[in-house]
Design a protein around this ligand. Structure first.
Ligand code: BES
Ligand code: MN
Ligand code: ZN
Length: 478
């Protein structure tokens, strides 16, 4: 919980110190003897009437938005550990250095530093710490920034909660209900196409994969119209595989850990759309979320099967564990043909290969439209998430050419991230496309940053939001 106050009110506050810098206010306590201001170093300083927590910020010139978020998260974790009830924070140094975004990242840090998931839902004892942001002189509309950041926090928490929920408590239709419930308080229209409809409409990729489970698949469509005058509709396509066993190409038992998190893309989209609608962004967005399980049954696909996707393309299935691209392809085709989406962003925990290449903190990206990707990159400046854009060429397209069908669902022994992305692009019908592979970043066993906790990270959610905000800004200028 974060609010804005004029000056310090709480008896406890957070103070910041830079490495080799005299920001430590209370020299007479001899703090510089014991505290070097190293990045994320913390020290509790008891002081008559007003105790404080000193947090090291490292070298001033190494400070970026990600660091601000992490510094505040580290501080919040300490407050939680010590059961602090109320705490003042002066973030003006960060705002001076990095501008308005520092407020957003501070709020994210304070709120996420105290996130944890527990299935039994048991709360921490006592009330959570109330953080009071001291008003920053000369900063306009700090309330607005706080409100926006709180919506981002809600989105991330929602995404994390969904990904952390055990698979047996989040079947595709459960996930559908959770998202539909979550977006109810904003101007978003939700529609669900159920299994029978998917079959009747011919979405063989989606109903075929999803039909492998007794818990049926569905396609959840979310529509937000923030700019009715515009024809532009951003299509957000998020992978929502609530459990991925691999199907007949069964995963090894080691690779089964975390299979419940294969719906992180859809969760991120739901969070971002909610935040976009709450902020009343002047942009049109339609999300198409294929929700399903990937299991083994009599009707489940076998390697060698050929199917026809919703857009009419035939697909040779060579690996049933490459199911994400299949269900996404039908969602993309549906979005283009039935929802008139004009631009496509797909986001998915798609390949183990992206984790091999980039690890836990950098996600993979691809795009066939430079100006569209630049818009996404502008959003990244605000979200402080890391993406690496992979190039691609004709040689990679060749890798997914099938002898018997239009396309096949696996590539060669190399560049698995690129061929997975290009498979989806085959269904984009020439529309500007961005592809985000968050298989490495959506989940962590050991947190890389203080604002993460074991399990889901909420990856992609804020970057999608800031891309939409950038889109709204550009449309407003046009
Ligand atoms: N959901 C997985 C990708 C994944 C792997 C996500 C590890 C998170 C952690 C995806 O459906 C998958 O199984 N991909 C295969 C593709 C391969 C069979 C071409 C993979 O990456 O191994
Ligand atoms: Mn798979
Ligand atoms: Zn998967």
């Amino acid at each position: 919980m974060v609010s804005i106050t004029e000056g310090k009110h709480a008896h406890f506050f957070i103070d910041f110190a830079w490495e080799k810098d005299g920001h430590i206010r209370s020299y007479r306590l001899g703090l510089e003897e014991v505290f070097e201001g190293k990045y994320l170093e913390t020290l509790y300083v008891p002081h008559p009437g007003q105790a404080f927590l000193l947090v090291g910020c490292g070298k001033e010139k190494e400070l970026g938005l990600l660091e601000v978020k992490e510094i505040l998260a580290a501080a919040a974790s300490k407050c939680r550990e010590w059961k602090v009830k109320e705490c003042s924070v002066d973030i003006s140094r960060f705002v001076d250095a990095l501008g308005r975004d520092a407020v957003t990242q501070s709020v994210l840090g304070l709120e996420l530093g105290s996130y944890s998931y527990s299935f039994s839902g048991k709360e921490e004892e006592g009330a959570p710490c109330r953080f009071q942001l001291e008003r920053v002189n000369g900063l306009e509309d700090m309330e607005g920034l706080l409100a926006e950041a709180e919506e981002l926090v809600r989105g991330i928490r929602f995404a994390r909660d969904m990904v952390n929920t055990p698979g047996n408590h989040l079947r595709p239709m459960d996930f559908d209900r959770r998202i539909t419930g979550f977006v109810q308080d904003v101007e978003i229209e939700a529609q669900t196409l159920v299994y029978g409809q998917l079959r009747a409409m011919g979405m063989e990729a989606l109903y075929g994969i999803g039909g492998s489970s007794e818990y049926p698949p569905c396609l959840l469509i979310l529509r937000y119209r923030g700019n009715p005058e515009s024809e532009e509709v951003y299509g957000l396509i998020g992978k929502g595989v609530t459990c991925d066993t691999g199907g007949y190409c069964l995963k090894g038992s080691k690779s089964m850990a975390g299979i419940k998190g294969d719906m992180a893309g859809a969760a991120a989209v739901a969070g971002a759309m909610h935040a976009a609608a709450a902020a009343k962004l002047k942009v049109n967005v339609t999300a198409c979320l294929p929700l399903c399980e990937n299991r083994i049954s009599q009707s489940a696909f076998l390697p060698g099967d050929v199917i026809t996707g919703y857009g009419g393309k035939t697909i040779e299935i060579l690996n049933t564990d490459a199911e994400g691209r299949l269900v996404l392809s039908d969602a993309v085709s549906y979005g283009i043909r039935e929802e008139n989406i004009t631009r496509i962003v797909d986001i998915a925990t798609l390949t183990g290969a992206v984790w091999n290449a980039l690890g836990y903190t950098i996600a993979g990206a691809m795009s066939d439209d430079d100006s569209f990707y630049r818009m996404f990159e502008k959003g990244l400046v605000h979200s402080a998430e890391k993406y690496l854009r992979f190039p691609f060429g004709r040689e990679h397209r060749k890798m997914i050419q099938s002898d018997v069908a239009d396309v096949k669902n696996t590539g060669a022994d190399c560049c698995g991230t690129i061929t997975a992305g290009l498979f989806i692009r085959e269904f984009c019908e020439g529309k500007p496309w961005i592809h985000l592979d968050i298989a490495g970043t959506a989940w962590c066993d050991t947190p890389s940053y203080a604002f993460e906790s074991k399990g889901a990270t909420g990856a992609g959610m804020t970057s999608l939001y800031f891309m939409l905000k950038e889109a709204a800004f550009l449309q407003g200028k046009a």
